[in-house]
Design a protein around this ligand. Structure first.
Ligand SMILES: Cc1ncc(C[n+]2csc(CCOP(=O)(O)OP(=O)(O)O)c2C)c(N)n1
Ligand SMILES: [Mg+2]
Length: 333
């Protein structure tokens, strides 16, 4: 878990630098090597590492718009994922998805920028696993801002009534963009949503990867053993703005400071030390993680960009009639 967590943190620190290239002084979201939005998950690492520790490649994971820590812990190909984020042709989705739309069929991972969108497909994957008589499970990650969405609530119901092997993991970072949680819901503990669907619900009230791993271990074993779904909520903290370029004028300084102090990585490192792991060993793990990230980023930056003609391949539309060229598709519908 420590290795996954330091990989994710360092990965995002590097992406942060790359992202800012060419975007300043006046913030231009489309400029630079990483065009578009970028939502960093620094401060969420305990949740991805603690849950995915129990998963196999054939288990399915869906994540929301803040996906990197989960993707890394699930074992998504780091090179192809980075190429995707840089919009390169060899990326997971040929450079068309970007950082919110990563899809890796080798490890059954997908994410989406639409809030709560990952819940119905996770239920579908769980239903498929059950019908095929396998012991694969599915996990849907979502944010606290998604717990009032219909897609989530309907997924809980379907999972419950069909006893499906699926676990829902709410990452509660107290914020949905600039909206504090208590202004949009009266349910302080999101795992209580489970009660209305006759499911077990549990909240892990700290950024503690070991506590997450314990709660997730029980929930995933329950799903794998054919005993149905569970809803977990994990307290995490958003160390950054909602996305890169967010000035966070709405956020009290003390809250930003608090998020930085509650560092799950420091916490797990202290845990490991108290169990006799030497600093040298931790350094070795960190160095190995950094090397892997540096390799992935330099590989991705050398990859070719897709050609403009490829824009209409593998999508559900044809080029507009005005864009038709010789031998091209004259559709427009
Ligand atoms: C269905 C839908 N509504 C609104 C948005 C715009 N939006 C993007 S992120 C976000 C807030 C998400 O908050 P939360 O689920 O708590 O995740 P966090 O960003 O805190 O990790 C919203 C409303 C969206 N992407 N999809
Ligand atoms: Mg949130």
């Amino acid at each position: 878990m420590y290795e996954q967590m330091v990989t994710a943190r360092y990965y995002e620190e590097q992406l942060q630098e790359e992202y800012l290239v060419g975007k300043q002084p006046a913030f231009d979201i489309s400029a630079g090597p990483i065009p578009g939005e970028l939502h960093l998950a620094a401060g969420h690492e305990a949740s991805g590492a603690g849950v995915c520790l129990h998963l196999r490649d054939d288990d399915t994971v869906t994540a929301p718009h803040r996906p990197h820590h989960v993707a890394i812990a699930k074992g998504v190909d780091l090179k192809k994922m980075t190429a995707e984020i840089f919009g390169r042709k060899t990326g997971l989705c040929r450079g068309k998805g970007g950082h919110m739309h990563l899809f890796d069929p080798d490890v059954n991972f997908a994410c989406s920028g639409i809030i709560a969108q990952g819940c119905p497909p996770a239920v579908g994957a769980a239903m498929a696993a059950k019908k095929r008589n396998t012991d694969s499970v599915a996990v849907a990650f979502l944010g606290d801002g998604a717990i009032d969405q219909g897609g989530f609530l309907e997924s809980l119901n379907l999972a419950s009534v069909h006893d499906l092997p699926v676990v829902f993991v709410i990452e509660d970072n107290d914020w949905a963009i600039s909206m504090p949680k208590d202004r949009v819901t009266d349910v302080e503990d999101g795992s209580r949503r489970a009660w209305g669907f006759d499911l077990p619900g549990e909240r892990v009230d700290s950024d503690d990867a070991v506590a997450v791993a314990e709660a997730a271990g029980k929930a995933i074993a329950r799903a794998r053993d054919g005993n149905g779904p569970t809803l977990l909520e994990v307290q995490v903290h958003r160390r950054m703005g909602h996305f890169m370029g967010d000035a966070e004028a709405y956020r009290p300084e003390a809250d930003i400071e608090r998020a930085k102090q509650l560092d799950s990585i420091e916490r797990i490192a202290d845990d490991l030390r108290s169990h006799g792991v030497e600093d040298d060993e931790l350094d070795e793990i960190r160095e190995r993680a950094h090397e892997r990230v540096d390799d992935a980023i330099s590989w991705a930056k050398e990859q070719p960009e897709p050609s403009p003609e490829e824009a209409y391949e593998n999508v559900f539309t044809n080029p507009p009639a005005t864009a038709a060229t010789d031998g091209g598709n004259e559709g427009g519908d």
